[in-house]
Design a binder for this molecule. Structure first.
Ligand code: EPS
Length: 386
């Protein structure tokens, strides 16, 4: 499918910076750096994050494609600097470095050959023929989700012009989970205030206790989150081809976030046990308008948005880097060993939720511009209003 909003990113976890180039933002849309930075801040929060987040305070710089806060229709280039690069200049230099004793020692200190189970290390080293697993770690790291959130924030700013609004909320961490949901406004407001991005205070406390227990044991925790978008027009995506089905595109966007192992829409896996009379959302008339009395479909039917709130649920596995390391193999001499450990987050489910909110926005804005697109804000608005 010909994408209307597309982007590429680059950057390593401890390299100089992260970059993105976005193509397809029509001219005339307001683009706020503050709003991008607010989203970067949201991604950096969450009880259970590790030492790296104390080093970074992510801020974006818009390098092109925006003039006086308004998009020009040209590609938009974004950059986030890695503060930690200061400590990695020799190790991550893009230029060859002089191989004196000091530099060799620095590089060796950060090289590792003990595979970390659950990370990209094994497949990445075989695929790209690396012996130093640092080469795999640097790009496979979830650090790259910072720039993805910046891109998603621009997508959200476009959607906002049409009243489309999103949220992300955490529904479980380890054994602590919320057993009921709330309306959109409450979910949004309360989740933003919680240190674990959970709308319910009592469950937030239980989640924090779960994280504390995991930290004591030197292990890590996964969990589940939801992303909701409301006020979507009917008919984003399509049933006519597999690669235009909006649910398939959303699943790809969320599943490709590091550590995500499952994506559900609406009733999701519970659909297996709901008979047809319970699963499907009846149509009702309300004040002369067609409405639904339930939303098990999660806002998607036949690969298209149906006007109800989009509900996407993601499952994140526990982070593989652990203080208490798992058994592994050292590829230097093919002996059994303990996995490599530096520092790690104990839990990053709240951050993952924010990343998913951003990734879903990029899919929605692409489908939105496919349906209502034009070269300028005025043109898109006219198409939307028609
Ligand atoms: C990550 C490892 C940790 C995390 C990092 C993702 O970084 P470091 O190796 O520097 O300790 O903090 O997450 C981020 C840097 C971020 O911005 O979210 C990994 O291996 O995926």
């Amino acid at each position: 499918m010909n994408k209307k909003f597309r982007f590429l990113t680059s950057g390593e976890s401890h390299g100089k910076c992260l970059n993105a180039i976005i193509e397809g933002v029509p001219a005339g849309f307001p683009v706020s750096v503050d709003e991008i930075n607010t989203n970067l801040y949201r991604r950096q929060q969450g009880y259970g994050r590790g030492g790296r987040m104390k080093i970074e305070s992510d801020k974006v710089e818009i390098k092109s494609g925006v003039r006086h806060g308004i998009s020009t229709g040209a590609p938009i280039c974004l950059e986030i600097k890695n503060k930690d690069f200061e400590n990695w200049q020799t190790v991550m230099s893009t230029e060859p470095v002089e191989l004196n004793d000091e530099n060799i020692a620095k590089i060796q200190e950060k090289s590792f050959t003990k595979l970390r189970p659950g990370h990209a290390d094994y497949a990445g080293s075989v695929k790209y023929d690396f012996e130093d697993l640092r080469n795999v770690l640097e790009r496979s790291s979830a650090r790259k989700t910072a720039i993805e959130v910046a891109v998603g924030s621009i997508a959200k700013q476009i959607l906002k012009q049409f009243g489309i609004e999103g949220l992300s909320t955490v529904i479980s961490i380890g054994d602590a989970s919320v057993d009921e949901s709330a309306d959109f406004d409450k979910l949004k407001e309360c989740s933003e205030k919680s240190e674990v991005r959970c709308w319910d205070n009592e469950t937030s406390e239980k989640m924090k206790q779960e994280i504390d227990k995991a930290k004591e044991k030197g292990i890590t925790l996964g969990g589940q989150f939801e992303v909701h978008y409301r006020n979507l027009p009917v008919g984003l995506g399509s049933y006519v081809h597999y690669d235009r089905a909006i649910d398939g595109l959303i699943a790809q966007a969320v599943m490709s976030i590091p550590a995500v192992k499952a994506v559900e829409i609406g009733a999701g896996v519970n659909a297996a046990s709901l008979d047809g009379s319970l699963m499907h959302d009846p149509f009702i008339m309300n004040d002369g308008k067609i409405e639904r009395s339930s939303n098990n479909a999660g806002g998607v039917e036949g690969g298209m948005t149906n006007g109800e709130t989009l509900i996407v649920r993601g499952t994140m596995k526990a982070i593989p880097t652990m203080k208490t390391p798992l058994p592994t193999v050292d590829i230097k001499d093919m002996t059994e060993a303990e996995a490599h450990f530096e520092r790690s987050d104990a839990c990053a489910v709240p951050a993952c939720a924010v990343v998913a909110e951003a990734r879903v926005a990029t899919v929605l804005v692409d489908a939105f511009l496919d349906k209502f697109g034009g070269d300028s804000f005025k043109e898109v608005k006219a198409h939307y209003e028609s």
